[in-house]
Ligand binder design. Structure first.
Ligand SMILES: NC(=O)c1ccc[n+]([C@@H]2O[C@H](COP(=O)([O-])OP(=O)(O)OC[C@H]3O[C@@H](n4cnc5c(N)ncnc54)[C@H](OP(=O)(O)O)[C@@H]3O)[C@@H](O)[C@H]2O)c1
Length: 296
């Protein structure tokens, strides 16, 4: 029941139709008996400042931030959590009496998903594919944790730029290479962990993979942060090769857990949130399937 006491949360992005935050958080709010409600807001780039002003004016308690606003939102906030500041991206905002603080929960969410599967990346050789927004959080948290990181990207310049930013902030060498078969084969030879942060293999291109199956070995841990489909071709082929696999949904749930705990100060119901993510993804795939068959 929504009442005069209900506290409102939001998620902003453009588009927002596909976001899973409301399904996950509202289920968690209900489970904990909290009179909270999260709703989606489609916010155009040019309206971002007004949307954040509106958050203050309407006393919205918290907002998740998704593409394309994760970097652009930063100047509109009062404070930045040190990790978000160093990564240069915000995906969660908390409103404490009009003071808006920006956090990055992608990075701790990624790390927690690894640790949750019993993988400690400290001192490990990690090959990261991709140099986009998600790679920023992943590369930063792994380098900070003490992994030996190499970033491979289709556009070498972007990989170099990211490696420079991370190594500049942490005073640690990060290598950058072009994403091609030769570099992949050599780097994977000595790697412990492979992380895909590219969008290769993401729905609807589910038959694509960034790494050919013959390069995958049983000693590797393969983490594909792509969320949809839940089991990407890369993860399927890694399983066949005998590698340990970690899914993008695990990172998604953990980043949601971190955001929930920032907002409520309570322990998040992890298992329930995980069930909700999987259910929402399955519903999305079913709807996409229906749309596809309707178009055929
Ligand atoms: N699990 C989670 O919680 C979570 C969180 C955030 C993001 N994600 C997922 O991570 C993926 C990347 O998101 P993002 O925000 O980082 O996107 P982004 O900023 O657009 O970056 C996309 C990356 O993919 C690379 N790429 C795209 N198409 C490629 C191709 N055909 N071959 C090789 N490389 C290609 C790009 O390379 P170039 O630089 O050469 O263009 C770039 O490195 C998405 O699938 C997203 O859903 C998951």
């Amino acid at each position: 029941m929504i009442s005069g006491r209900t506290r409102i949360f939001g998620v902003i992005g453009d588009p927002v139709e596909h976001v899973m935050a409301p399904a996950i958080n509202n289920a968690a709010f209900r489970k904990l008996g909290l009179d909270f409600l999260q709703v989606p807001f489609r916010v155009k780039k040019e309206d971002l400042g007004k949307a954040i002003e509106g958050m203050r004016a309407l006393n919205i308690r918290g907002i998740n931030v998704t593409i394309p606003h994760k970097v652009a939102v930063m100047p509109f906030l009062n404070e930045l959590d040190p990790l978000a500041e160093r990564i240069g991206a915000v995906n969660t905002i908390a409103n404490d009496g009009g003071v808006l603080t920006g956090y990055n929960t992608d990075a701790p969410g990624f790390l927690q998903a690894l640790l949750g599967e019993g993988i400690e990346p400290k001192g490990r050789n990690v090959v990261i594919l991709g140099a986009g927004g998600a790679s920023r959080a992943v590369s930063f948290i792994l380098a900070e944790r003490g992994s030996n990181v190499v970033i491979l990207n289709r556009t070498l310049e972007r990989a170099k730029e990211l490696a420079d930013v991370v190594s500049g902030a942490l005073r640690k060498e990060i290598r950058a290479l072009k994403l091609d078969r030769e570099n992949l084969a050599r780097e994977l030879g000595g790697a412990h962990i492979l992380v895909n942060t590219t969008s290769v293999g993401m729905s609807p291109n589910i038959n694509e993979t960034p790494v050919s199956a013959d390069l995958l070995k049983s000693k590797l841990v393969v983490f594909d942060i792509v969320i949809n489909p839940i089991k990407t071709r890369l993860l399927g082929e890694a399983e066949v090769a005998g590698a340990q696999t970690i899914r993008g949904v695990d990172m998604l749930v953990w980043q949601g857990v971190v955001a929930f705990e920032i907002w409520t100060g309570l322990k998040a119901p992890y298992e329930l949130m995980k069930e909700e993510v999987v259910k929402a993804l399955e519903e999305q795939s079913a709807v996409n399937g229906q749309h596809r068959s309707a178009r055929l």
